[in-house]
Design a protein around this ligand. Sequence first.
Ligand SMILES: [Zn+2]
Length: 78
Amino acid sequence: MTFIQKFVTTLLPAKWSAAIQAESESWLLPCPKCGFVQSVWDIGGVRYKAVSKGKRVSVRCLSCKQWSMMPMERKLDQ
Ligand SMILES: [Zn+2]
């Protein structure tokens, strides 16, 4: 876990940190190079109560290890 994730999971009430982790895991970053889909939480990030659908962020893919601009997408089946 990254510092911010440790902060969230250790200092906040469990109910809050679970909600923040769940929301961070619902934001997905599909890699345009290999097709691997990772969540914001997977890459060490935290996303909560923020709307930024379609925002492009520079992320290093956990699968192919290449940096790419990936469109952030909200997983809809929750
Ligand atoms: Zn990739």
